[in-house]
Design a binder for this molecule. Structure first.
Ligand SMILES: O=C[C@H](O)[C@H](O)[C@H](O)COP(=O)(O)O
Length: 251
C-alpha cells in the first residue's frame, strides 16, 4: 500500500475526511490532480482494509492508471450510469463553492462526472480558498478545428465583458501543444479577477469551438479544506468563509 508519510499533510487530511464519507456499495467518481491522487491512495487503503465493494469511474487516464495500479477497478461512466459521490480537487474555491478547475487539463471529464453525481465533494488545501475567482488562469478546452478563430472569439467575449487587461495563452507541454484526454487543446485565460463568473461562463459556452471551461458553478456541495496540522474545515454553501484566515492557518 502507498506510503503517504511524504505527502502534503493538508491534502492527506482533506482526502481522509472525504474518503470517510464513502460507504460500502457506493458508486464513486474519482477526480484528477495531486490532491485527488492522494485521495485515491487513501481510498485504496480503505478498500483493502475493509473489503469495500465499490463501483468507480475516473475523470482521467492518469487517475484510471493510478486507481487500477492500487487494485481499484475502474468502469466507464456509462457502465455505472449515475454516481452517489464524486471527490475531486480544485484550483480555486470561492465562498459560494464556485470553483476553477482544470489546472491538470481534466476539467471536461471532471465536469461530466461531477454533474452525473448526487454529490460533489472538493478536497483542497487552504491556499485554494479565495474571496473571488480569477487569480488562477481559467482553463478552456477547445477544438483543434478553428483554434485561432476560437481564440479570437474568446478574446472578443472578454472585451465585451470589460475584464480589463487579460491574456489568452495556449497551454503547452514543453514546446508542444497540451492535448487533453479527449484530444482537444487548452487555452488558459489569465484574468486576474472574475467579477461575474456566471456571465463569463455563459459567454464562453456560447462559442462553438469551446468544448468546456473550467468554471464549476453551483456544482460543488461540500469543500473539505485540509490544514497542515492534519485537521480539516468543512465548507458548505452557507459557510462564512474567511479566505485570508484559512490561508494563514495552512502555513
Ligand atoms: O485538471 C485538473 C483538476 O481540475 C484538478 O483537480 C485541479 O487542477 C487541482 O489539482 P491539484 O490537486 O493538483 O492542485
Amino acid at each position: 500500500m502507498p506510503d503517504l508519510s511524504q505527502s502534503d499533510p493538508a491534502k492527506v487530511a482533506a482526502s481522509r475526511a472525504a474518503v470517510a464519507l464513502v460507504r460500502d456499495g457506493m458508486k464513486l467518481g474519482l477526480g484528477t490532480g495531486s490532491t485527488a491522487a492522494i485521495m485515491v491512495q487513501v481510498l485504496a487503503e480503505r478498500v483493502k482494509a475493509e473489503g469495500l465493494n465499490l463501483r468507480c469511474a475516473a475523470t482521467s487516464k492518469a487517475t484510471t492508471d493510478l486507481a487500477e495500479s492500487l487494485g481499484i477497478k475502474i468502469e466507464t461512466l456509462d457502465e455505472i450510469g449515475w454516481l452517489d459521490l464524486t471527490i475531486d480537487g480544485a484550483d480555486e474555491v470561492d465562498p459560494d463553492l464556485h470553483l476553477i478547475k482544470g489546472g491538470g487539463g481534466a476539467h471536461l471529464r471532471e465536469k461530466v462526472v461531477a454533474m452525473a453525481s448526487d454529490r460533489m465533494v472538493v478536497i483542497a488545501d487552504p491556499g485554494k480558498v479565495v474571496d473571488q475567482l480569477g487569480a488562477f488562469p481559467l482553463p478552456v478546452e477547445v477544438l483543434h478545428f478553428g483554434f485561432e478563430t476560437t481564440r479570437k472569439l474568446i478574446r472578443r467575449a472578454l472585451d465585451t465583458l470589460d475584464l480589463g487587461q487579460t491574456e489568452v495563452l495556449q497551454r503547452l507541454k514543453g514546446s508542444d501543444p497540451w492535448v487533453t484526454d479527449e484530444g482537444n487543446l487548452i487555452l488558459d485565460l489569465h484574468l486576474g479577477v472574475i467579477p461575474d463568473a456566471h456571465a463569463l461562463a455563459r459567454a464562453l459556452a456560447a462559442i462553438p469551438g469551446v468544448v468546456e471551461h473550467g468554471l464549476f458553478l453551483g456544482i460543488c456541495d461540500l469543500a473539505i479544506i485540509g490544514k497542515a496540522d492534519g485537521t480539516v474545515v468543512e465548507l458548505d454553501r452557507d459557510a462564512d468563509i474567511d479566505a485570508d484566515r484559512l490561508a494563514g492557518e495552512g502555513d
